[in-house]
Design a protein around this ligand. Structure first.
Ligand code: C5P
Length: 218
């Protein structure tokens, strides 16, 4: 039998820097990293390509055949795919498909990893309700928009700061208020507002939390 998989779950509104932190934590502790938003974005891209039609069997096939390198496609970060993925993420049947994929990895990541770290919207309560460390990460919406804007500019996207801000506000509204699996703060989650923190400072808080919990469970 495999040893218990250490689970770190991070939920956050769009562009809060959760992905950056989840990646750093995964690298530091040798955990498997999954950017769960990219799964919805992959379906968003497919939906656009498919003349904006929902095709569950096509979506299921796509998720089943998704490999980690597919999630690294930088085109997935576009504003259009962002808003489309948030639209699809409200659909219960689609969430079930995506959840299966995530839960399987959360329980049994590739052998070389002793833990997992996922970031998304429903990780702390739907995907890993018993996670060892739960984080709710957030930042002021204008700061989030500025960070995402600079990221997109660097990737060559033609977009204004205001367009990014509007997109993020729209997605926040959809993610927080949807009926199915809305973004919410769990009672047992640690809240980190990183508006005034740099990447290193934020990383230190999460790293200390993981170390503390690892020590307790060893
Ligand atoms: O994290 P990211 O911004 O890439 O996610 C894109 C969209 O996918 C979100 O706005 C949200 O609607 C949806 N999502 C979700 N549940 C997750 C991850 C993302 O509903 N676990």
């Amino acid at each position: 039998m495999r040893k218990k998989i250490f689970q770190v779950a991070i939920d956050s509104p769009a562009a809060s820097g959760a992905g950056t932190q989840a990646k750093l934590i995964s690298k530091y502790f040798n955990f498997y990293y999954l950017d769960t938003g990219k799964l919805y974005r992959i379906l968003g891209k497919l939906f656009i390509k498919n003349n904006k039609k929902i095709n569950y069997s096509l979506f299921k096939k796509k998720i089943k055949s998704t490999k980690p390198f597919h999630l690294k496609n930088k085109n997935l970060l576009s504003n259009e795919i962002g808003i489309t993925s948030a639209f699809l993420a409200k659909n219960k049947k689609i969430r079930v498909l995506v959840n299966e994929y995530q839960k399987k990895i959360a329980r049994n990541p590739p052998r070389k990893f002793k833990g997992v770290c996922f970031d998304g919207r429903d990780i702390t309560y739907a995907i890993m309700p018993k996670a060892d460390v739960k984080i709710f990460m957030t930042a002021n919406v204008k700061i989030r928009a500025k960070r995402r804007y600079l990221e997109l500019k660097k990737l060559g996207h033609k977009i204004t700061l205001n367009e990014v801000l509007l997109n993020i506000k729209k997605r926040d509204k959809s993610d927080f208020t949807r009926k199915v699996s809305p973004l919410k703060i769990c009672d047992d989650a640690i809240i980190i507002d990183n508006s005034k923190l740099n990447i290193k400072q934020c990383f230190k808080i999460i790293k200390n939390e993981v170390e503390k919990t690892l020590k307790r469970s060893s």
